[in-house]
Design a protein around this ligand. Sequence first.
Ligand SMILES: *[C@@H]1O[C@H](CO)[C@@H](O)[C@H](O)[C@H]1NC(C)=O
Ligand SMILES: *[C@@H]1O[C@H](CO)[C@@H](O)[C@H](O)[C@H]1NC(C)=O
Ligand SMILES: *[C@@H]1O[C@H](CO)[C@@H](O)[C@H](O)[C@H]1NC(C)=O
Ligand SMILES: *[C@@H]1O[C@H](CO)[C@@H](O)[C@H](O)[C@H]1NC(C)=O
Ligand SMILES: *[C@@H]1O[C@H](CO)[C@@H](O)[C@H](O)[C@H]1NC(C)=O
Ligand SMILES: *[C@@H]1O[C@H](CO)[C@@H](O)[C@H](O)[C@H]1NC(C)=O
Length: 339
Amino acid sequence: MLISYIFLSVSLLNSLHDFHVSSCDHSCADKPVFTPSRLVVKYGDPTSANCSVCQHCQSSFGLEIPVGNKKENGHLISWKVDHLTEWSLSPMCYYNTAAGHQCCSSLKITVYNPPDNVVLNITGNSWVWSEGQNIPLECSVQNVAPVENLRVTFYRGQRQLGQKQSNKTGDKPVSETFHLDFTSTKEDNGGEFWCEAELLLGPDGPQPPPVVKSQNFSATVFYEPYLTGASHPSPTVLTEGNPLQLDCFAVGNPRPTYTWAVPSGVSPTKSSVLIINSTTTEDKGQYTCFVSNSQGNVTVKFDVEVKRDYTKHYIAAAIIGAAVVIFLVVIIYFKCYKK
Ligand SMILES: *[C@@H]1O[C@H](CO)[C@@H](O)[C@H](O)[C@H]1NC(C)=O
Ligand SMILES: *[C@@H]1O[C@H](CO)[C@@H](O)[C@H](O)[C@H]1NC(C)=O
Ligand SMILES: *[C@@H]1O[C@H](CO)[C@@H](O)[C@H](O)[C@H]1NC(C)=O
Ligand SMILES: *[C@@H]1O[C@H](CO)[C@@H](O)[C@H](O)[C@H]1NC(C)=O
Ligand SMILES: *[C@@H]1O[C@H](CO)[C@@H](O)[C@H](O)[C@H]1NC(C)=O
Ligand SMILES: *[C@@H]1O[C@H](CO)[C@@H](O)[C@H](O)[C@H]1NC(C)=O
């Protein structure tokens, strides 16, 4: 009977306090002071704080918090908990003035939980793309709190593709999937795709902020050939007897194949480089390199001019001329001598 009476009075006192605290003045001049003024605590971790109420206050004071241990030492109330396992806490420190006024401060506590897991996925589940395709990436973040402090970043290698934040609020852990659409390029071929979830808890939070990364996915992007070889002067002019080299090297995925059409017909060359060691005037005309793969093709045309080598004709003419002169000189000499 006595016990239940005490219990009743204690609960009555508590509800009275609750009532008083909720109608408490948060803007009084000499407010209780929390040290530290803000707590950022990982779920399940220990934490502590002190509240100091005004030095000259004679009346009652207290700290309202449903978990942990409180100790009073003069005008200081110490609070300590070994494992904080409450998501929504708003401790209130107060004192009553002689005039029956109540003066309060509340401690802001953020309880966080880094994601249990971060998973990167793709709608349709294929990591083999064509160039210019729209790629819908999904990053699923599991069991994270508080979700409004979460920032999700999508990456290809070390390059950021985009960042997302949640529109949800609430103290308790939630799971959320973030979407990012982008257009595939040939640079994405062979790239490692991943996402990471970061909890931005401010300067009172852990440094650096907690980060959880997803697994990596390697993408394959098919793209049509594009030319990388040096450009050639057109027309290419050379003198017969000199070598001719034409290059139509291209990059593509799958690796491109090369077919050459030359003035004398079809070349057996299957390489990006066509070489003729010693050209003749027969070799002049248009050369066509056809580069193709499953994604597309490009055609490169080269105009080649082969000039006749006149120096050798001049030498031959000079030799013949000299021979004729010698012959004539010999004939004239003999005619004169006989006379
Ligand atoms: C609270 O006060 C006690 C005694 O002055 C001190 O030992 C402790 O470090 C303080 N705690 C915090 C969180 O300031
Ligand atoms: C990835 O997405 C596919 C289809 O969109 C789905 O079937 C699969 O369950 C997802 N995987 C994960 C790990 O979420
Ligand atoms: C994923 O790829 C990134 C960038 O290429 C790399 O830094 C990271 O170590 C990779 N992670 C794993 C688990 O392979
Ligand atoms: C949050 O809201 C903005 C604007 O309403 C929207 O563009 C964005 O996609 C939303 N984010 C998520 C994760 O739903
Ligand atoms: C051109 O010369 C190279 C070496 O200089 C030789 O390997 C190649 O077979 C020659 N090509 C032709 C068509 O004669
Ligand atoms: C080359 O590409 C064009 C489109 O760019 C296509 O119409 C044509 O069929 C292709 N030719 C071959 C031989 O693949």
